[in-house]
Design a protein around this ligand. Structure first.
Ligand code: SIN
Length: 535
Protein backbone atom coordinates (compact mmCIF):
# COMPACT_ATOMS: atom_id res chain seq x y z
CA UNK A 1 0.00 0.00 0.00
CA UNK A 2 2.94 2.38 0.56
CA UNK A 3 4.60 3.09 -2.82
CA UNK A 4 8.30 3.27 -3.48
CA UNK A 5 8.15 6.63 -5.26
CA UNK A 6 5.50 9.37 -5.37
CA UNK A 7 6.12 10.34 -9.00
CA UNK A 8 6.89 8.78 -12.35
CA UNK A 9 10.28 9.71 -13.78
CA UNK A 10 12.69 9.15 -16.56
CA UNK A 11 15.96 10.62 -15.39
CA UNK A 12 17.23 10.86 -18.96
CA UNK A 13 14.74 13.59 -19.59
CA UNK A 14 15.29 15.82 -16.54
CA UNK A 15 18.27 18.08 -15.85
CA UNK A 16 20.95 16.49 -13.70
CA UNK A 17 23.40 18.13 -11.32
CA UNK A 18 26.33 16.20 -9.92
CA UNK A 19 27.66 16.81 -6.39
CA UNK A 20 29.82 15.05 -3.83
CA UNK A 21 27.37 15.54 -1.03
CA UNK A 22 23.71 16.51 -0.97
CA UNK A 23 22.39 17.92 2.30
CA UNK A 24 18.62 18.17 2.62
CA UNK A 25 17.70 20.73 5.27
CA UNK A 26 19.23 24.01 6.35
CA UNK A 27 18.90 24.05 10.12
CA UNK A 28 21.62 23.61 12.71
CA UNK A 29 22.36 19.95 11.88
CA UNK A 30 22.56 20.49 8.11
CA UNK A 31 24.83 23.53 8.33
CA UNK A 32 27.01 21.92 10.97
CA UNK A 33 27.42 18.88 8.72
CA UNK A 34 28.25 21.17 5.79
CA UNK A 35 31.00 22.85 7.84
CA UNK A 36 32.89 19.53 7.74
CA UNK A 37 32.84 19.32 3.95
CA UNK A 38 35.40 21.96 3.00
CA UNK A 39 36.80 21.45 -0.50
CA UNK A 40 33.94 19.23 -1.71
CA UNK A 41 31.03 20.07 -3.99
CA UNK A 42 28.07 20.32 -1.64
CA UNK A 43 24.48 21.27 -2.37
CA UNK A 44 22.32 22.25 0.61
CA UNK A 45 18.69 21.94 -0.42
CA UNK A 46 16.05 23.74 1.55
CA UNK A 47 12.30 23.31 1.17
CA UNK A 48 11.73 27.04 1.70
CA UNK A 49 14.65 29.07 3.11
CA UNK A 50 17.00 28.81 6.12
CA UNK A 51 14.90 31.35 8.01
CA UNK A 52 11.82 29.21 7.78
CA UNK A 53 12.96 26.13 9.69
CA UNK A 54 12.73 25.10 13.32
CA UNK A 55 16.30 26.14 14.20
CA UNK A 56 15.73 29.75 13.25
CA UNK A 57 12.68 29.91 15.52
CA UNK A 58 14.36 28.23 18.50
CA UNK A 59 13.98 30.42 21.55
CA UNK A 60 15.22 28.68 24.71
CA UNK A 61 18.87 27.94 24.03
CA UNK A 62 21.56 25.27 24.09
CA UNK A 63 22.03 23.00 27.10
CA UNK A 64 25.71 22.40 27.81
CA UNK A 65 27.53 21.32 30.97
CA UNK A 66 30.43 23.79 30.71
CA UNK A 67 30.28 25.35 34.13
CA UNK A 68 31.34 23.48 37.32
CA UNK A 69 29.97 22.20 39.61
CA UNK A 70 27.81 21.08 36.65
CA UNK A 71 29.36 18.20 34.73
CA UNK A 72 28.74 16.00 31.68
CA UNK A 73 27.78 13.23 34.14
CA UNK A 74 25.03 15.42 35.63
CA UNK A 75 23.84 16.36 32.13
CA UNK A 76 23.85 12.65 31.20
CA UNK A 77 21.75 11.80 34.28
CA UNK A 78 19.18 14.50 33.54
CA UNK A 79 18.95 13.44 29.87
CA UNK A 80 18.29 9.76 30.58
CA UNK A 81 15.94 10.54 33.41
CA UNK A 82 13.86 12.85 31.14
CA UNK A 83 14.06 10.12 28.47
CA UNK A 84 12.57 7.58 30.93
CA UNK A 85 15.65 5.38 30.70
CA UNK A 86 15.27 4.05 27.20
CA UNK A 87 17.83 6.42 25.69
CA UNK A 88 20.76 5.03 23.76
CA UNK A 89 23.27 5.70 26.54
CA UNK A 90 26.35 5.79 24.36
CA UNK A 91 24.69 8.44 22.14
CA UNK A 92 23.91 10.45 25.29
CA UNK A 93 27.56 10.22 26.40
CA UNK A 94 28.63 11.55 23.01
CA UNK A 95 26.09 14.38 23.25
CA UNK A 96 27.06 15.63 26.69
CA UNK A 97 30.84 15.24 26.22
CA UNK A 98 31.39 16.31 22.61
CA UNK A 99 28.73 18.99 23.07
CA UNK A 100 31.16 21.07 25.11
CA UNK A 101 33.69 21.30 22.27
CA UNK A 102 30.99 21.90 19.67
CA UNK A 103 29.59 24.84 21.66
CA UNK A 104 33.08 26.29 22.28
CA UNK A 105 33.72 26.05 18.55
CA UNK A 106 30.45 27.83 17.79
CA UNK A 107 31.55 30.64 20.11
CA UNK A 108 34.91 30.79 18.26
CA UNK A 109 32.98 31.08 15.00
CA UNK A 110 31.31 34.20 16.36
CA UNK A 111 28.15 33.05 18.14
CA UNK A 112 27.37 35.66 20.77
CA UNK A 113 25.66 34.04 23.68
CA UNK A 114 24.28 36.53 26.19
CA UNK A 115 26.65 37.58 28.96
CA UNK A 116 26.50 39.86 31.97
CA UNK A 117 29.65 41.28 33.52
CA UNK A 118 31.80 39.07 31.33
CA UNK A 119 30.23 35.69 32.24
CA UNK A 120 27.70 33.72 30.27
CA UNK A 121 24.08 34.05 31.36
CA UNK A 122 22.52 30.67 32.01
CA UNK A 123 18.94 29.53 32.53
CA UNK A 124 17.46 26.43 34.09
CA UNK A 125 14.65 24.63 32.29
CA UNK A 126 12.47 21.69 33.24
CA UNK A 127 14.22 18.57 34.55
CA UNK A 128 17.74 20.12 34.51
CA UNK A 129 19.64 19.87 37.79
CA UNK A 130 21.81 22.92 36.97
CA UNK A 131 21.38 26.24 35.20
CA UNK A 132 23.14 25.24 31.99
CA UNK A 133 21.12 26.73 29.11
CA UNK A 134 23.09 29.30 27.11
CA UNK A 135 20.94 31.74 25.18
CA UNK A 136 21.46 34.52 22.67
CA UNK A 137 19.65 37.75 21.78
CA UNK A 138 17.48 37.06 24.85
CA UNK A 139 14.97 34.60 23.48
CA UNK A 140 16.20 34.41 19.87
CA UNK A 141 19.00 31.84 20.18
CA UNK A 142 18.09 30.11 16.90
CA UNK A 143 18.58 33.30 14.89
CA UNK A 144 22.05 33.87 16.32
CA UNK A 145 23.03 30.24 15.67
CA UNK A 146 21.81 30.28 12.06
CA UNK A 147 23.59 33.57 11.33
CA UNK A 148 26.82 32.23 12.85
CA UNK A 149 26.72 29.05 10.79
CA UNK A 150 25.77 30.90 7.59
CA UNK A 151 28.70 33.23 8.03
CA UNK A 152 31.05 30.27 8.61
CA UNK A 153 29.72 28.51 5.51
CA UNK A 154 30.02 31.65 3.39
CA UNK A 155 33.82 31.20 3.66
CA UNK A 156 33.51 27.79 1.96
CA UNK A 157 33.09 28.31 -1.80
CA UNK A 158 32.17 24.70 -2.63
CA UNK A 159 28.89 24.89 -0.71
CA UNK A 160 25.81 26.18 -2.46
CA UNK A 161 22.30 26.68 -1.13
CA UNK A 162 19.14 26.06 -3.15
CA UNK A 163 15.93 27.43 -1.64
CA UNK A 164 12.33 26.51 -2.55
CA UNK A 165 13.70 23.12 -3.50
CA UNK A 166 11.33 20.30 -2.53
CA UNK A 167 12.66 16.76 -2.33
CA UNK A 168 10.02 14.52 -3.87
CA UNK A 169 11.87 11.20 -3.77
CA UNK A 170 15.23 9.75 -2.87
CA UNK A 171 16.67 7.81 -5.78
CA UNK A 172 18.18 4.43 -5.02
CA UNK A 173 19.98 1.77 -6.98
CA UNK A 174 20.43 -1.62 -5.30
CA UNK A 175 19.66 -0.30 -1.80
CA UNK A 176 22.17 2.54 -2.17
CA UNK A 177 20.97 6.15 -2.25
CA UNK A 178 22.20 8.03 -5.33
CA UNK A 179 20.72 11.45 -4.59
CA UNK A 180 17.26 12.91 -4.87
CA UNK A 181 14.72 14.15 -7.33
CA UNK A 182 13.62 17.70 -6.53
CA UNK A 183 10.84 19.99 -7.58
CA UNK A 184 12.25 23.47 -8.05
CA UNK A 185 9.38 25.75 -7.02
CA UNK A 186 11.00 28.74 -8.67
CA UNK A 187 10.98 27.20 -12.16
CA UNK A 188 8.25 24.57 -11.70
CA UNK A 189 10.65 21.88 -13.04
CA UNK A 190 12.00 18.59 -11.72
CA UNK A 191 15.75 18.15 -11.32
CA UNK A 192 17.86 15.16 -10.30
CA UNK A 193 20.69 15.88 -7.87
CA UNK A 194 23.14 13.02 -8.23
CA UNK A 195 25.21 12.64 -5.06
CA UNK A 196 27.85 10.33 -3.69
CA UNK A 197 26.49 10.86 -0.18
CA UNK A 198 23.21 12.30 1.01
CA UNK A 199 22.73 13.79 4.48
CA UNK A 200 19.16 14.33 5.60
CA UNK A 201 18.73 17.08 8.20
CA UNK A 202 15.22 18.31 7.50
CA UNK A 203 13.69 18.51 10.99
CA UNK A 204 10.63 16.87 12.51
CA UNK A 205 6.97 16.47 11.55
CA UNK A 206 4.95 18.76 13.84
CA UNK A 207 2.61 19.62 10.95
CA UNK A 208 1.02 16.19 11.36
CA UNK A 209 -0.93 17.86 14.15
CA UNK A 210 -3.57 20.56 14.08
CA UNK A 211 -1.83 22.51 16.85
CA UNK A 212 1.94 22.87 16.50
CA UNK A 213 4.85 25.20 17.14
CA UNK A 214 6.57 23.91 13.97
CA UNK A 215 6.83 26.05 10.83
CA UNK A 216 4.45 25.20 7.98
CA UNK A 217 7.15 23.39 5.98
CA UNK A 218 7.77 20.75 8.66
CA UNK A 219 5.65 17.93 7.24
CA UNK A 220 8.08 15.00 7.62
CA UNK A 221 8.79 14.65 3.88
CA UNK A 222 12.18 13.04 4.36
CA UNK A 223 11.17 10.56 7.07
CA UNK A 224 8.50 9.42 4.65
CA UNK A 225 10.82 9.32 1.60
CA UNK A 226 13.33 7.23 3.55
CA UNK A 227 10.62 4.85 4.76
CA UNK A 228 9.34 4.39 1.20
CA UNK A 229 12.82 3.30 0.15
CA UNK A 230 13.21 0.73 2.94
CA UNK A 231 14.80 2.92 5.62
CA UNK A 232 14.08 2.29 9.29
CA UNK A 233 11.92 4.55 11.46
CA UNK A 234 12.23 4.24 15.24
CA UNK A 235 10.63 5.61 18.43
CA UNK A 236 7.84 7.11 16.36
CA UNK A 237 5.30 6.96 19.19
CA UNK A 238 7.36 9.32 21.35
CA UNK A 239 6.30 12.85 20.57
CA UNK A 240 6.83 15.93 22.74
CA UNK A 241 4.03 18.44 23.26
CA UNK A 242 5.30 21.81 24.47
CA UNK A 243 3.13 22.98 27.39
CA UNK A 244 3.00 26.67 26.63
CA UNK A 245 2.11 28.16 23.28
CA UNK A 246 0.10 31.31 22.86
CA UNK A 247 -3.57 30.44 22.43
CA UNK A 248 -5.69 33.15 20.82
CA UNK A 249 -8.11 32.76 17.93
CA UNK A 250 -6.46 33.55 14.61
CA UNK A 251 -2.99 34.03 16.12
CA UNK A 252 -0.09 31.71 15.16
CA UNK A 253 0.69 29.13 17.84
CA UNK A 254 3.71 31.09 19.01
CA UNK A 255 5.99 29.37 21.51
CA UNK A 256 6.26 30.91 24.95
CA UNK A 257 9.65 29.55 25.93
CA UNK A 258 10.02 27.22 28.88
CA UNK A 259 12.82 29.49 30.08
CA UNK A 260 10.11 31.96 31.06
CA UNK A 261 9.04 29.41 33.67
CA UNK A 262 12.74 28.85 34.43
CA UNK A 263 12.93 32.56 35.32
CA UNK A 264 9.94 32.35 37.66
CA UNK A 265 6.79 32.44 35.49
CA UNK A 266 3.88 30.49 37.01
CA UNK A 267 0.87 28.71 35.55
CA UNK A 268 -2.64 29.43 36.77
CA UNK A 269 -5.99 28.09 35.68
CA UNK A 270 -9.06 30.10 34.71
CA UNK A 271 -9.98 30.40 38.42
CA UNK A 272 -6.60 31.95 39.23
CA UNK A 273 -5.31 28.82 41.03
CA UNK A 274 -1.63 27.80 40.75
CA UNK A 275 -2.41 24.20 39.85
CA UNK A 276 0.99 22.57 39.20
CA UNK A 277 1.41 21.95 42.94
CA UNK A 278 -1.30 19.28 42.56
CA UNK A 279 0.64 17.43 39.87
CA UNK A 280 4.40 17.44 40.53
CA UNK A 281 6.85 18.53 43.21
CA UNK A 282 8.90 20.47 40.61
CA UNK A 283 5.74 22.49 39.85
CA UNK A 284 6.13 24.53 36.62
CA UNK A 285 9.53 22.92 35.99
CA UNK A 286 8.23 19.36 35.94
CA UNK A 287 9.03 17.41 32.73
CA UNK A 288 7.17 18.73 29.68
CA UNK A 289 4.87 15.73 29.32
CA UNK A 290 3.75 16.13 32.94
CA UNK A 291 3.06 19.86 32.55
CA UNK A 292 1.23 19.34 29.24
CA UNK A 293 -1.05 16.69 30.72
CA UNK A 294 -1.65 18.79 33.84
CA UNK A 295 -2.78 21.69 31.62
CA UNK A 296 -5.13 19.42 29.66
CA UNK A 297 -6.54 18.10 32.92
CA UNK A 298 -7.09 21.63 34.28
CA UNK A 299 -8.75 22.76 31.07
CA UNK A 300 -11.07 19.79 31.27
CA UNK A 301 -11.78 20.25 34.99
CA UNK A 302 -12.57 23.93 34.67
CA UNK A 303 -14.24 23.74 31.25
CA UNK A 304 -11.80 26.23 29.68
CA UNK A 305 -9.86 26.27 26.42
CA UNK A 306 -6.55 27.42 27.92
CA UNK A 307 -4.65 28.19 31.12
CA UNK A 308 -2.50 31.27 31.78
CA UNK A 309 1.13 32.13 32.30
CA UNK A 310 1.49 34.76 34.97
CA UNK A 311 4.70 36.82 34.79
CA UNK A 312 3.35 39.82 36.63
CA UNK A 313 5.50 39.19 39.72
CA UNK A 314 8.71 39.37 37.65
CA UNK A 315 10.67 42.57 37.13
CA UNK A 316 9.20 44.22 33.98
CA UNK A 317 12.56 45.58 32.75
CA UNK A 318 14.14 42.14 33.12
CA UNK A 319 11.25 40.54 31.20
CA UNK A 320 11.53 42.96 28.29
CA UNK A 321 15.31 42.57 27.97
CA UNK A 322 15.43 38.81 28.58
CA UNK A 323 12.45 37.94 26.35
CA UNK A 324 12.34 40.72 23.73
CA UNK A 325 10.85 38.54 20.98
CA UNK A 326 8.05 37.12 23.14
CA UNK A 327 7.35 40.58 24.58
CA UNK A 328 7.04 42.15 21.12
CA UNK A 329 4.98 39.32 19.62
CA UNK A 330 2.43 39.28 22.45
CA UNK A 331 2.19 43.06 22.44
CA UNK A 332 1.23 43.00 18.76
CA UNK A 333 -1.89 41.11 19.82
CA UNK A 334 -2.64 43.38 22.75
CA UNK A 335 -0.96 41.39 25.55
CA UNK A 336 1.63 43.19 27.65
CA UNK A 337 3.40 40.26 29.34
CA UNK A 338 4.65 42.50 32.15
CA UNK A 339 1.05 43.23 33.19
CA UNK A 340 -1.34 40.79 31.50
CA UNK A 341 -1.85 37.05 31.81
CA UNK A 342 -0.78 35.07 28.72
CA UNK A 343 -3.35 32.51 27.49
CA UNK A 344 -1.49 29.27 26.71
CA UNK A 345 -2.01 25.63 25.94
CA UNK A 346 0.12 22.70 24.72
CA UNK A 347 1.07 22.14 21.08
CA UNK A 348 2.96 19.47 19.13
CA UNK A 349 6.63 20.47 19.29
CA UNK A 350 9.35 17.85 18.84
CA UNK A 351 9.74 14.32 17.45
CA UNK A 352 11.95 12.04 19.51
CA UNK A 353 11.60 9.40 16.80
CA UNK A 354 12.67 9.42 13.18
CA UNK A 355 15.16 7.82 10.79
CA UNK A 356 17.20 5.27 12.71
CA UNK A 357 20.93 6.02 12.64
CA UNK A 358 24.09 4.91 14.33
CA UNK A 359 26.29 7.36 16.23
CA UNK A 360 27.80 8.68 12.99
CA UNK A 361 24.43 9.40 11.42
CA UNK A 362 24.61 6.33 9.16
CA UNK A 363 21.27 4.75 8.22
CA UNK A 364 20.48 1.25 6.96
CA UNK A 365 20.53 2.61 3.38
CA UNK A 366 23.96 2.84 1.84
CA UNK A 367 25.24 6.41 1.25
CA UNK A 368 22.46 7.91 3.38
CA UNK A 369 23.02 9.80 6.64
CA UNK A 370 20.53 11.56 8.91
CA UNK A 371 21.10 14.02 11.76
CA UNK A 372 19.16 16.41 13.97
CA UNK A 373 15.44 16.08 14.69
CA UNK A 374 14.81 14.00 11.56
CA UNK A 375 17.06 11.26 12.96
CA UNK A 376 16.61 8.79 15.76
CA UNK A 377 19.93 8.04 17.44
CA UNK A 378 17.99 7.20 20.59
CA UNK A 379 19.66 10.12 22.33
CA UNK A 380 16.35 11.50 23.64
CA UNK A 381 14.74 8.23 24.67
CA UNK A 382 11.02 8.71 25.32
CA UNK A 383 11.25 12.44 26.04
CA UNK A 384 13.80 15.08 25.11
CA UNK A 385 15.38 17.14 27.87
CA UNK A 386 14.66 20.82 27.18
CA UNK A 387 17.28 22.60 25.02
CA UNK A 388 19.10 19.40 24.10
CA UNK A 389 17.99 19.67 20.48
CA UNK A 390 20.32 22.44 19.28
CA UNK A 391 23.15 20.57 20.98
CA UNK A 392 22.11 17.38 19.19
CA UNK A 393 22.17 19.22 15.86
CA UNK A 394 25.71 20.46 16.47
CA UNK A 395 27.14 17.18 17.74
CA UNK A 396 25.52 14.71 15.37
CA UNK A 397 25.56 17.11 12.42
CA UNK A 398 29.35 17.37 12.82
CA UNK A 399 29.67 13.59 13.14
CA UNK A 400 27.58 12.92 10.02
CA UNK A 401 29.56 15.51 8.05
CA UNK A 402 32.94 14.04 9.13
CA UNK A 403 31.89 10.48 8.34
CA UNK A 404 30.45 11.45 4.93
CA UNK A 405 33.67 13.33 4.10
CA UNK A 406 35.81 10.32 5.11
CA UNK A 407 33.70 7.97 3.02
CA UNK A 408 33.77 10.26 -0.01
CA UNK A 409 37.54 10.68 0.09
CA UNK A 410 38.26 7.06 1.05
CA UNK A 411 36.56 5.37 -1.88
CA UNK A 412 36.54 5.54 -5.63
CA UNK A 413 32.89 6.58 -5.84
CA UNK A 414 31.58 7.16 -9.29
CA UNK A 415 28.46 9.10 -10.13
CA UNK A 416 28.30 7.28 -13.43
CA UNK A 417 25.27 5.00 -13.28
CA UNK A 418 21.94 4.50 -14.98
CA UNK A 419 18.65 4.71 -13.03
CA UNK A 420 15.75 2.82 -14.61
CA UNK A 421 12.58 4.71 -15.44
CA UNK A 422 9.75 4.54 -12.91
CA UNK A 423 6.01 4.75 -13.52
CA UNK A 424 3.42 5.29 -10.82
CA UNK A 425 0.74 2.63 -11.43
CA UNK A 426 -1.96 4.10 -13.59
CA UNK A 427 -5.45 4.17 -12.15
CA UNK A 428 -8.53 6.18 -12.85
CA UNK A 429 -7.43 9.04 -10.72
CA UNK A 430 -10.31 10.66 -8.88
CA UNK A 431 -10.17 14.27 -7.75
CA UNK A 432 -8.74 14.66 -4.24
CA UNK A 433 -9.02 17.91 -2.30
CA UNK A 434 -5.55 17.80 -0.74
CA UNK A 435 -6.20 20.73 1.58
CA UNK A 436 -9.25 19.02 3.02
CA UNK A 437 -7.35 15.76 3.38
CA UNK A 438 -4.42 17.54 5.07
CA UNK A 439 -6.81 19.18 7.55
CA UNK A 440 -8.48 15.83 8.24
CA UNK A 441 -5.12 14.15 8.97
CA UNK A 442 -4.09 16.95 11.34
CA UNK A 443 -7.39 16.93 13.17
CA UNK A 444 -7.39 13.13 13.50
CA UNK A 445 -3.82 13.08 14.80
CA UNK A 446 -4.48 15.86 17.29
CA UNK A 447 -7.61 14.24 18.68
CA UNK A 448 -6.65 10.56 18.57
CA UNK A 449 -2.84 10.46 18.70
CA UNK A 450 -2.14 13.58 20.75
CA UNK A 451 -1.26 14.31 24.37
CA UNK A 452 -3.53 11.56 25.76
CA UNK A 453 -4.09 8.35 23.83
CA UNK A 454 -6.03 5.13 24.30
CA UNK A 455 -6.49 1.89 22.40
CA UNK A 456 -9.96 2.72 21.13
CA UNK A 457 -9.02 6.10 19.64
CA UNK A 458 -5.78 4.74 18.20
CA UNK A 459 -7.66 1.90 16.54
CA UNK A 460 -10.20 4.36 15.17
CA UNK A 461 -7.35 6.47 13.75
CA UNK A 462 -5.76 3.44 12.10
CA UNK A 463 -9.02 2.45 10.47
CA UNK A 464 -9.62 5.99 9.13
CA UNK A 465 -6.07 6.17 7.77
CA UNK A 466 -6.55 2.78 6.14
CA UNK A 467 -9.76 4.00 4.53
CA UNK A 468 -7.92 7.05 3.12
CA UNK A 469 -5.13 4.77 1.89
CA UNK A 470 -7.57 3.32 -0.65
CA UNK A 471 -7.37 6.48 -2.71
CA UNK A 472 -4.51 8.67 -1.45
CA UNK A 473 -1.92 7.01 -3.73
CA UNK A 474 -4.16 6.54 -6.76
CA UNK A 475 -3.42 10.02 -7.94
CA UNK A 476 0.00 11.19 -9.07
CA UNK A 477 0.43 14.77 -7.87
CA UNK A 478 2.55 17.35 -9.60
CA UNK A 479 3.13 19.90 -6.84
CA UNK A 480 4.24 19.95 -3.19
CA UNK A 481 0.77 20.26 -1.63
CA UNK A 482 -0.16 16.75 -2.81
CA UNK A 483 3.21 15.15 -2.00
CA UNK A 484 3.18 16.70 1.48
CA UNK A 485 -0.20 15.16 2.25
CA UNK A 486 1.00 11.76 1.01
CA UNK A 487 4.06 12.09 3.25
CA UNK A 488 1.95 13.15 6.24
CA UNK A 489 -0.31 10.19 5.66
CA UNK A 490 2.58 7.68 5.72
CA UNK A 491 4.08 9.09 8.90
CA UNK A 492 0.69 9.30 10.62
CA UNK A 493 0.13 5.64 9.91
CA UNK A 494 3.53 4.58 11.29
CA UNK A 495 3.21 6.81 14.34
CA UNK A 496 -0.33 5.72 15.16
CA UNK A 497 0.51 2.07 14.77
CA UNK A 498 3.60 2.44 17.00
CA UNK A 499 1.46 4.20 19.63
CA UNK A 500 -1.21 1.52 19.40
CA UNK A 501 1.30 -1.27 19.92
CA UNK A 502 3.08 0.28 22.92
CA UNK A 503 0.78 -0.69 25.78
CA UNK A 504 2.36 1.44 28.50
CA UNK A 505 2.98 5.14 29.22
CA UNK A 506 6.47 6.55 28.97
CA UNK A 507 7.65 10.12 28.34
CA UNK A 508 6.02 11.55 25.25
CA UNK A 509 3.66 8.58 24.88
CA UNK A 510 0.76 8.55 27.34
CA UNK A 511 -1.92 5.85 27.21
CA UNK A 512 -4.94 6.46 29.45
CA UNK A 513 -5.66 2.73 29.28
CA UNK A 514 -2.06 1.82 30.27
CA UNK A 515 -1.03 4.74 32.50
CA UNK A 516 2.06 3.13 34.06
CA UNK A 517 5.59 2.46 32.80
CA UNK A 518 5.96 -1.25 32.03
CA UNK A 519 9.71 -1.91 32.19
CA UNK A 520 9.24 -5.67 32.03
CA UNK A 521 7.71 -5.62 28.55
CA UNK A 522 8.47 -2.23 27.09
CA UNK A 523 11.95 -1.05 28.06
CA UNK A 524 12.87 -1.09 24.39
CA UNK A 525 12.41 0.80 21.14
CA UNK A 526 10.12 -0.11 18.28
CA UNK A 527 11.55 0.06 14.79
CA UNK A 528 9.49 -0.18 11.61
CA UNK A 529 10.56 -0.85 8.03
CA UNK A 530 8.20 -0.84 5.09
CA UNK A 531 8.55 -4.50 4.20
CA UNK A 532 7.50 -5.69 7.67
CA UNK A 533 4.99 -2.94 8.36
CA UNK A 534 1.73 -4.85 8.40
CA UNK A 535 -0.76 -2.36 9.66
C1 SIN B 1 11.63 26.47 24.66
O1 SIN B 1 12.26 27.50 24.54
O2 SIN B 1 10.81 26.27 25.54
C2 SIN B 1 11.84 25.39 23.64
C3 SIN B 1 13.20 24.90 23.70
C4 SIN B 1 13.21 23.43 23.43
O3 SIN B 1 12.27 22.90 22.85
O4 SIN B 1 14.16 22.78 23.88
Amino acid sequence: MIPEYLISFNLDSVPVEDVDCLIVGSGIAGWRAAAELEGLRVLVACKKNPYDGSTYHAQGGIAVAMFPPDSPQAHFKDTVSAGCFINNESAVQILVNEGIDRVKELIEWGCKFDRSSGSFDRTKEAAHSFSRILHARGDATGKEVVHTLLSKISEMPGIILRGNFFLVDLITLENAVRGGIFYDETTGNLIFIKAKKTIVASGGFGQLFQETTNPAAITGDLQSAVFRKGGKLGDMEFYQFHPTTLYMAGVPRFLISESIRGEGGILININGERFMKNYHSAMELAPRDVVSRAIVSEMRRTGSTCVFLDLTKLNPDFLVSRFPQIYRFCLEYGIDITKDLIPVRPCAHYAMGGIVTDEFGRTNLENLFACGEVACTGVHGANRLASNSLLEGLVFGARAGMKARDEISGSSHSNDFQIPQYRVQQHDSPFIDVYDLGRSIKSLMWKNVGIERDGQHLEEAISKLKAWSRYIFLREFSSPAGWEVQNMFILSLVMTYAAFKRQESRGGHYRKDFPEIDDRNWKKSQIFVKHNFFC
